[in-house]
Ligand binder design. Structure first.
Ligand code: AMP
Length: 524
């Protein structure tokens, strides 16, 4: 089977893992997963050269879940990671992959109390993810028993080296059974890492997914720094600022495509989703509407966009960075065709800066950083556009019937006032009346602004609010718009449907452990 045809299904994975991957929205294995999962399942030792963002966690996480003896409660897989953040992230991802297999995953890292970790370990941990120092401490204290470990993973080995953990790593390697599988993932393989692998890995297979030299299309490539909770809000401002006409937005998973499409539609954009769940007829329909200009935005996964023949796209937006550099080039190649100019925009979380730099190095390009437009920028831009439209209209020739009407009014009113009133009517007509039933709340068009009785003094963060609303009222985090936190209260914007759900479920919404009061805001 060629790599192109490798799917999760063709890898002989168990139904529970396939179901979990589907739930996570993974449509097909990433390049590193295609290459490594089969090898790891065959119990080879392996050196995987891959960056964060390539899907390397699932590359070893899937085989770990597959290879566990689910009846045994002992530690069978140990993953070492350089930082506490990475340890937590890896632990979350493996927990998700093992959701239906019912596995126990325990992260252990410095900074957290030993007691809690010891209790978690005593409860039976099958997979332990830890930072080297803390793992070593637990080994010395006798609170972490590794004699049943059959898989050992060194994640981001070069980072562990840079952070001075290499001796701890060696100590740990000497304390796991010889009879084991060892996997080493690293973006680079400097000498000490190569030496380490010669000593502790058995005939490792070397897997490298750094791509061939790629030709990058000559278009504007820019990026904005954006946090996850503000992604949708930022995206809409960027779309408004850019005056994007025909735009393709890429997300990493089907689930994200659906969520984003809904979020955009709720804000009044004509966006449509395209991904692997659509049948051919549905796909054709979506594509036709996009080509005819019936919809302005296509939200897609990489898989769905492959093989689509779409021309004249003004903007390609990476809502999520792609898993590998080749996909990036593929994605952005959809704009700027046939000599037209195009713009490729990437929304980048600070966590992804390393991946961005690596991509820039491979492609020998530099993405230009742009500051996020503010609401005022967007309003200004919209006023400019309005001026242009009015000027155009005047130049096209004014209708005598309307001229008459204005003249009549001018006998009583100031002509500038008449014009301003006419403009307001025109603008309001284009605006949806979502906020009607809640009265004017001072929200952006199409949204409702809610008042929440917690603020900075209660230490709430936007993430707390998004989580509280999602868990308590079942609304998707992505539909939540602007969150404005003040000392004692907070304003949260969301579309009307979401507001209804929130107001029906106020009693169940807990934020920072507190129940909250929420009501439509009064206009500013
Ligand atoms: P990693 O390189 O492991 O940090 O993964 C980067 C991101 O890609 C994580 O959010 C993963 O959940 C996600 N991911 C991993 N594999 C896939 C896949 N096959 N399809 C879609 N997303 C994936």
């Amino acid at each position: 089977m060629t790599e192109q045809e490798t799917t999760f299904q063709s890898m002989n994975l168990s139904p529970s893992v396939l179901k979990a991957l589907q739930g996570m929205g993974f449509e097909e294995p990433s390049p590193i997963q295609k290459k490594t999962i089969p090898l790891i399942l065959e119990e080879h030792d392996l050196i995987g050269q891959a960056q964060t963002g390539t899907g390397k966690t699932a590359a070893f996480g899937v085989p770990i879940v597959e290879r566990l003896d689910h009846r045994s409660k002992r530690v069978q897989a140990l993953v070492l990671a350089p930082t506490r953040e990475l340890a937590i992230q890896v632990s979350e991802e493996i927990t998700k992959i093992g959701k239906f297999a019912g596995i126990k995953v325990v992260p252990i890292y410095g900074g957290q109390s030993y007691d809690r970790q010891i209790r978690a370990l005593e409860h039976g941990a099958q997979v332990v993810i830890g930072t080297p120092g803390r793992v070593m401490d637990h080994i010395r204290r006798g609170t972490l028993k590794l004699d049943h470990v059959k898989m050992m993973v060194l994640d981001e080995a070069d980072e562990m080296l840079d952070m001075g953990f290499i001796e701890d790593v060696e100590f740990i390697l000497q304390n796991v059974p010889e009879e084991r599988q060892t996997l080493l993932f690293s973006a680079t393989v400097p000498d000490p890492i190569a030496k380490l692998s010669r000593r502790y890995l058995k005939e490792p297979v070397h897997v490298n997914i750094s791509p061939e030299r790629l030709t990058v299309p000559l278009i504007d490539q820019v990026f904005y720094e954006v946090r996850e909770y503000e992604k949708l809000d930022s995206l809409t401002r960027i779309l408004d600022m850019e005056g994007a006409e025909r735009t393709i937005i890429f997300c990493r998973t089907k689930k994200r495509v659906d969520e984003l499409t809904e979020g955009l539609q709720a804000r009044g954009y004509t966006a449509e989703a395209i991904h692997g769940d659509l049948n051919q007829v549905q796909r054709n329909r979506v594509m036709k509407r996009f080509k005819d200009g019936g919809s302005e935005i296509l939200v897609a996964t990489d898989v769905a966009a492959r093989g689509l023949d779409i021309e004249n796209v003004s903007h390609v937006i990476n809502y999520d960075l792609p898993q590998d550099t080749e996909s990036y080039v593929h994605r952005i190649g959809r704009t700027g065709r046939a000599g037209r100019s195009g713009t490729a925009i990437s929304l980048i979380h600070p966590k992804e800066f390393r991946q961005l730099r690596q991509m820039e190095r491979i492609l020998r390009v530099r993405l230009q950083r742009r500051p996020l437009p503010t609401m005022a920028d967007v309003a200004e831009k919209q006023r400019e556009a309005l001026k242009l439209r009015l000027a155009d209209e005047i130049q096209r020739g004014v209708l005598p019937a309307y001229q008459d009407l204005v003249m009549q009014l001018a006998e009583e009113y100031d002509s500038v006032d008449i014009a301003a009133a006419a403009v307001r009517l025109m603008v309001d007509k284009g605006r949806d009346t979502a906020s009607d039933e809640f009265g004017e709340t001072g929200a952006e068009p199409g949204m409702v602004r809610l008042f929440l009785n917690l603020g900075r003094m209660d230490r709430v963060t936007p993430a707390d609010i998004v989580r509280g609303m999602a868990e308590g009222a079942g609304i998707q985090g992505s539909v939540i718009g602007l969150i404005d936190i003040y000392d004692r209260f907070t304003f949260v914007e969301m579309p009307k449907d979401a507001v209804k759900k929130v107001l029906q479920n106020v009693g169940s919404i807990m934020i920072r452990g507190k129940s909250v009061n929420l009501e439509p805001a009064r206009p500013r």
